[in-house]
Design a protein around this ligand. Structure first.
Ligand SMILES: Cc1ncc(COP(=O)(O)O)c(C=O)c1O
Length: 453
């Protein structure tokens, strides 16, 4: 690959957006500032307004097309407005939108059965609790772990993001996401097994076991010795695409179980084939969790989440009433089920692996040309590019990352950023994108990173 000199052009696409006739971007921004919580974040110095989406592409109100490299934060798994998903939802919307689970409905049962079928044979991960967000799913997982074990202490990892509810915020370990209010009772954060910044690097085959020792130390010195559980993303998302080293989860799961705890995999970002190698991220690590939480990609954009576990653990929630009004809603389940059908029928995981390899190979080539690129991480279509001002000190290139994001947007590519210092480009597109899209993405990144000072 050579440094791109002309502006990259998006691959041709045979569908045009419907002309936009709604309020102007300036009016929407003004209403948002006046009537919506300031907690809402906008990306870009001049925020963009997205009014239509078709598969891997998004359109703004002027009709400008963008390649979506972030999928609404890893949520649109099979493509914006995928026709099969839209048909299923339209059909359900016209028939029945809502009743809650106090009455029987086929969708929730059929979807649970199908979802349970995605877990490894013999795992007994076959009892599903549908919810609306990843935070809720993690709250339920911790509740079940505590109720099942009779223990209280939870271990999570530093640099983790598990959500923003009171319970999930306790598990989250970025000061930027934690409010200074009481929420973290009984939650302890172990050292992040970060092979780029930490003491045990990629070249150390025992890095996993070495980092796992900190969890044992935490159990011994930070708890009563008996714990409720351990929660971890097989590959951290918001934290900047940090994958657990080989052997780490195996060693940690063994220690956690010895201390009486349950192992929870937060698959909110890593699930549904995104990592290319396993349908679930934990499958890349030779472990089987006791509880798996999921959201985002499960619904291809619908507010849908789930917590899946074994029946004896799920049983704990029948000790009291635990209720969720919209969890398992017929329309959300129709959307989730159609999404899962597409994922399985169209072998999306294999496609993610194939195009993800092209992306990772291309990024490694860019790394040879741009000193700003410190580290390339990820699998399949969950990829991170850490930008540093100096490869020796690994000083975060926070400002340059923001500049790269602006420039890629101007050139027609939307990607995300993450990491505590906001210096990791996060590339997690709808998994329907093509090799031509990957080549466009690489050309845009080449220009944008090349220009960043
Ligand atoms: C790994 C992980 N867990 C949980 C959550 C929380 O999900 P939600 O925003 O749906 O509550 C997120 C959201 O980004 C996440 O990335």
């Amino acid at each position: 690959m050579t440094q791109t000199t002309t502006a990259p052009t998006l691959p041709p696409f045979d569908q045009s957006p419907v002309p936009y006739t709604g309020p102007s971007k300036a009016d929407v921004l003004a209403m948002r500032r006046e009537y919506l919580t300031p907690a809402l974040l906008t990306m870009y110095r001049d925020p963009i307004m997205i009014v239509e989406g078709k598969m891997q592409y998004l359109f703004d109100e002027t009709g400008k097309r963008y390649l979506d490299g972030f999928a609404g934060i890893v949520s649109v798994s099979v493509g914006h407005c995928h026709p099969k998903v839209i048909d299923a939802v339209r059909e359900q919307n016209e028939r029945l939108q809502h009743t809650t689970t106090i009455y029987l409905h086929p969708n929730i049962a059929l979807f649970a059965k199908k979802l349970a079928g995605t877990f490894p044979a013999g795992s007994n991960l076959d009892v599903v609790y549908f919810m609306n967000s990843g935070s809720e799913a993690n709250d339920a997982a911790v509740l079940m772990a505590r109720a099942f074990t009779g223990n209280y202490d939870m271990i999570a990892l530093r640099n983790a993001y598990h959500g923003g509810s009171q319970g999930a915020m306790a598990l989250t370990a970025h000061s930027t996401w934690k409010f200074n209010v009481p929420h973290s009772f009984g939650v302890h954060h172990a050292v992040l097994p970060d092979r780029y910044h930490g003491p045990h690097g990629y070249d150390d085959p025992d890095a996993g076991a070495k980092y796992a020792a900190d969890v044992l130390s935490l159990v011994q010195h930070g708890t009563s010795g008996e714990i409720a559980g351990f929660i971890c993303e097989p590959m951290q998302g918001v934290g900047g695409v940090v994958e657990m080293p080989p052997g780490y989860l195996q060693a940690v799961y063994a220690q956690v179980r010895k201390a009486g705890g349950l192992c929870i995999a937060d698959e909110v970002q890593t699930g549904f084939g995104r990592t290319g190698d396993g349908f679930w991220g934990f499958e890349n690590h030779g472990v089987v969790p006791d509880i798996v939480t999921m959201a985002k990609g499960i619904g291809n954009g619908a507010p849908l989440a789930a917590c899946v576990t074994r029946s004896e653990i799920a049983q704990t929630l029948s000790a009291r009433v635990h209720f969720n009004t919209f969890g398992g809603n017929p329309v959300s389940c129709a959307q989730g089920m159609a999404t899962l059908d597409v994922l399985l029928d169209e072998n999306v995981q294999a496609h993610a692996k194939q195009v993800g390899k092209r992306l990772l190979d291309g990024l490694r080539e860019l790394q040879r040309m741009h000193a700003l690129i410190g580290d390339i991480r990820g699998r399949g279509l969950m990829v991170g590019v850490e930008l540093v001002t100096d490869r020796k000190t690994k000083q975060p290139a926070t400002q340059q990352t923001a500049d790269v994001l602006e420039r890629t947007k101007d050139l027609g590519l939307l990607v995300g950023k993450g990491g505590y210092f906001g210096n990791v480009l996060r590339i997690k597109p709808p998994m329907c994108l093509t090799e031509a899209d990957i080549d466009f993405m690489l050309s845009v990144l080449d220009v944008a990173i090349g220009e960043a000072k």
